[in-house]
Design a protein around this ligand. Structure first.
Ligand code: NAD
Ligand code: ATP
Length: 531
């Protein structure tokens, strides 16, 4: 006889009770039950309830309830054990019969009797199980459930097959995409069609994206890196060409307008803006943005647009150029084909960052959100103490950063500061947020990549020795005092950048050419070899 430990206490509360699990042990089950009740009775008798003390009466009632519950539990368990034993006995009997039949050269399916669906269903009925168990043991398949129907596939008659299909069908389900916080089902998409419960990816979220103009672009904004004579000369030449050969309207920043006009009054047709309000409406006027500079100029251009961003075409005039795939020497051919379209683009996700001050009365009282294309960094600034930052993901505590700080990066920014701090390089079209510590004072703080739909909160605790500092794409440093928090999530407005070939090709080329990724001389064939 085997016994199994159940997670229960004996009636007197003496730890785990050891209960028998075989049907042969119904007797010892009853014995246990008997002992339990007896123990409770004894306890009740010992209790001085004669002294009409209200508390003692209440206590004795409670004990009675416990005794009743224990009795019910023991009965239920004994019933379940009897049932399990019955199933096991039947299964073994059938297996023995099958073996006998196979010995005689008969297929087990031949012994199938006339079984109808009702009987099959009835056979699972517990009452029938108990009543018919003994009768059935001798005649396989004449009554109740035959395990051949479930265990053997294909050899039964069509009726039994239908019954079998009915019993084996998988539960159906549906997978869908939904937007967090979206109460209506407006943004819900079914992404998987299912048949018999098999999950199949219906589509990829990050396909190569192609932009096709439906009407000709008419207005171009040109943005340039400051303090560079070569950029200034190229800018003037490009604007002239776009006006004369493409009849385009041109916008530039006020600084560039001054530079152009100081060169010649010819550039009077170029437009600019006077104040912030006009900048906010730029996206409604501009069809295309052209940048002349390095990655910093692309970041600068993106930061001008606090909402939707027009497609950006970036000419490389810097040292690295991860986001600047076009060569300025061939700008005419390049702009020619871009203005015609279609263009391959990379949709670069941005993060929106809210600084929430401890002094704010509620979570909605925030400063203007700041959009970043690369990353937001929370660091110790000029303080010589460790930064102490509490990090939460969707309101669950994640970890405490103790070190120089933390980088929350987009996948576009994965090749920038996050890379320098040991984060992975991620294709810009992979949706996600990189969680990269800066010089953590811990041996096990590996960088993470979180899904794009999460909201991350970084809080400066009240016991922090110094304030922290947040910076956005390497700019706009803001102090975070004790109790202040920075809340980041993906922004709804990505930055579409034109690709030279396509997003994957451009990304791989930039890590190879820009960072010399995995550059190593190839080993010569001469030398020792495995034969
Ligand atoms: N230790 C570091 O690696 C470190 C430190 C500070 C800032 N930065 C990066 O500099 C960025 C600001 O750039 P900037 O040009 O205004 O400042 P910058 O003039 O100091 O140049 C920073 C360098 O980072 C490169 N860079 C920028 N974005 C990149 C990207 N997405 N992928 C690969 N390289 C990229 C630029 O080409 C440039 O060479 C910040 O967003 C931050 O990522 C890196
Ligand atoms: N239009 C602009 N107005 C003000 N600042 C700008 C503008 N364009 C770029 N910057 C700033 O100028 C700096 C240098 O720009 P960028 O990275 O484009 O050139 P770079 O440093 O020569 O290139 P690289 O970083 O590849 O060597 C960056 O900090 C960027 O933010």
């Amino acid at each position: 006889m085997t016994t199994s430990k159940l997670n229960s206490t004996d009636p007197l509360g003496n730890g785990e009770a050891s209960l028998p699990c075989s049907p042969d042990n119904k007797f010892s089950d009853s014995l246990t039950l008997f002992h339990s009740e007896k123990a409770v009775q004894e306890l009740l008798q010992q209790t001085p309830i004669q002294h009409t003390d209200d508390h003692l009466i209440e206590f004795s009632e409670a004990l009675r309830t416990v005794a009743k519950a224990l009795k019910q539990a023991a009965e239920g368990k004994a019933f379940a054990q009897a049932e399990a034993a019955e199933w096991k006995r039947r299964f073994e009997l059938e297996r023995a019969q099958n073996q006998q039949l196979e010995h005689k050269g008969k297929s087990p399916g031949e012994c199938n009797g006339d079984i109808n669906a009702q009987q099959m269903e009835n056979s699972t009925n517990q009452t029938m199980l108990r009543n018919e168990a003994n009768e059935q043991s001798e005649n396989c398949c004449t009554n109740g459930l035959c395990s051949h129907e479930i265990l053997h596939d294909g050899e039964t008659d069509s009726h039994a097959k239908a019954v079998q299909n009915k019993m084996m069908r998988k539960a159906s389900f549906k997978l869908s995409w939904w937007c967090k916080g979206d109460i209506s089902d407006q943004h819900k998409h079914d992404i998987v069609s299912f048949e018999r419960g098999n999950i199949t990816a219906a589509g990829r979220s990050s396909k190569q994206i192609s932009l096709k103009w439906e009407s000709n672009p008419q207005t171009v904004l040109v943005m340039t890196k400051p303090n560079s004579t070569s950029v200034q000369i190229l800018c003037a030449d490009m604007i002239r060409w776009m006006k004369e050969h493409k009849k385009l309207n041109i916008y530039v920043e006020p600084r560039v307008m001054g530079e152009l006009l100081s060169e010649s009054s010819y550039f009077n047709f170029v437009q600019t803006w006077k104040d912030e309000k006009e900048i906010l409406s730029l996206h409604t006027k501009v069809d295309l943005v052209v940048t002349l500079g390095g990655d910093g100029t692309v970041l600068w251009a993106a930061s001008m647009f606090k909402g939707p961003v027009p497609p950006i075409v970036s000419f490389s005039l810097g040292s690295l150029g991860f986001m600047t795939p076009f060569h300025s020497e061939q700008y005419r051919d390049c702009l020619d084909s871009i203005l015609k379209g279609p263009i391959s683009i990379t949709l670069r996700h941005r993060m929106q960052c809210h600084v929430i001050r401890d002094a704010a009365k509620n979570e909605y009282e925030t400063e203007e959100p700041i959009l970043v294309l690369n990353e937001v960094t929370i660091d110790r600034g000029i303080s010589s103490f460790l930064a102490n930052l509490e990090c939460y993901c969707d309101n669950s505590f994640v970890t405490r950063v103790q070190g120089d700080g933390l980088i929350l990066s987009t996948t576009s920014g994965s090749t920038a500061y996050s890379l320098g701090a040991g984060g992975s390089m991620v294709h810009p079209q992979v949706p996600g947020i990189l969680f990269t510590p800066i010089c953590p004072h811990s041996l096990s703080f590996r960088p993470l990549i979180l899904p794009e739909h999460v909201t991350i909160r970084v809080q400066v605790p009240f016991n922090s020795r110094s304030p922290a500092w947040a910076s956005f794409d390497g700019k706009d440093r803001k102090q975070l005092a004790a109790g202040d928090a920075l809340v980041c999530s993906m922004a709804p407005w990505p930055v579409p950048t034109a690709c030279q070939i396509d997003s994957t090709n451009d990304f791989l080329r930039s890590i190879q050419d820009g960072l010399h990724w995995n550059l190593r001389k190839t080993q010569s064939v001469e030398g020792p070899r495995d034969l």
